[in-house]
Design a protein around this ligand. Structure first.
Ligand code: FES
Ligand SMILES: [Fe+2]
Length: 321
């Protein structure tokens, strides 16, 4: 994992008021809960007393209460009550504290800060300039037996389009890959496909290519957008589960008509299109070996893999920082 980043890990709607969800993210077993003020907390899903999963407990008095012997922890993970010691006990409870993680919500996504607390940045990465409240979106999720780096690279891969998606978004047998051009933006990269039917021409170099109106945008560590048009976008956040698994949350954003119920209707159908395309990708990506990609790998990359090379390079830089 890259340190000192906000990772998009879960949709906000997955954690209801006064409920706890147990999930594995970033190789950590986490109990994520929402108190009745609507605030989200996140602690390690293992009680310090005798190891029970806190996610099987409940939320009470804005605290998470262990199902086994009732120890209570606040959103900072501080132990605030041990029923067996009695209400009048004034003993120091700090040795029972559980580790907590800082979480924040943005655009209906729960982000977890992975790194040093004194390095926290204000704004979790998202495409705030591209999608706002004027859009309606639908969301699907799917579980891939792949490292999140492979899932992200797949979304930056323009070479695979005519093969994996030969009957959908890659129709037309455009196997010849021009460029693609890669541009660097704060926190990420932008690229677009310039593929053509091969009629014997030489592929253009990246510097001869432009970024099209339909383009791909990626922000570290794990959010991606396909800017299909001004009014239609697809956003994916790739929640890392562990070294071999990822949950993809795929959103279809629409403001085609500007009338919310109608746009909602389009977004509803958009999720089926997303699912068809995502399943085409998944079928192949989960077979990649090794499970995680790396900057210095044995793979023999093509010039069309430029966006993937840049992703690996920046990721490597951020990891070594
Ligand atoms: S294991 Fe949690 S209170 Fe005992
Ligand atoms: Fe694909």
């Amino acid at each position: 994992m890259i340190q000192n980043q906000w990772y998009a890990i879960l949709p906000s709607k997955a954690v209801k008021t006064n409920q706890i969800v147990g999930v594995k993210r970033l190789n950590l077993d986490l109990a994520i809960f929402r108190n009745d003020k609507g605030e989200v907390g996140c602690v390690v899903d293992q009680c310090t007393h005798r190891g029970a999963a806190l996610s099987k407990g409940k939320v009470e008095r804005e605290c998470i209460k262990c199902p086994f012997h009732g120890l209570e922890f606040n959103e900072k993970g501080q132990c605030v009550f041990i029923p067996a010691n009695g209400k009048v006990s004034e003993a120091d409870l700090s040795r029972y504290n559980v580790k907590n993680y800082t979480v924040r919500e943005n655009n209906g996504i729960i982000y977890l800060w992975y790194g040093d607390l004194d390095k926290i940045t204000d704004e979790p990465p998202f495409f705030n300039m591209d999608v706002d409240a004027s859009y309606v979106y639908s969301e699907i999720e799917d579980y891939w037996n792949s490292h999140y780096s492979r899932c992200i690279e797949n979304q930056l891969d323009v070479v695979h389009l005519p093969f994996v998606h030969h009957n959908t978004i890659g129709r037309g047998n455009k196997t010849l890959v021009n460029g693609p051009k890669v541009e660097f933006v704060p926190g990420g990269i932008v690229t677009s496909a310039n593929n053509e039917l091969d009629i014997g021409q030489t592929p253009k170099s990246a510097s001869e290519c432009l970024i099209n109106d339909t383009y791909l945008s990626f922000l570290f560590p794990n959010v991606w957008m396909n800017h299909i048009s001004e009014k239609i976008k697809v956003v994916i956040y790739f929640a890392p589960v562990d070294d071999e698994n990822t949950v993809l949350y795929i959103r279809f954003y629409c403001k085609l008509t500007g009338i919310k119920p109608l746009d909602g209707f389009v977004a509803y159908f958009g999720r089926f299109a997303n699912k068809i395309i995502e399943r085409q990708d998944k079928r192949v990506v989960i077979t990649q070996k090794p499970k995680a990609s790396s900057y210095k790998s044995q793979e023999k990359l093509l010039s069309g893999d430029g966006p993937i090379i840049q992703y690996r390079r920046i990721r490597n830089e951020l990891k070594n920082r």
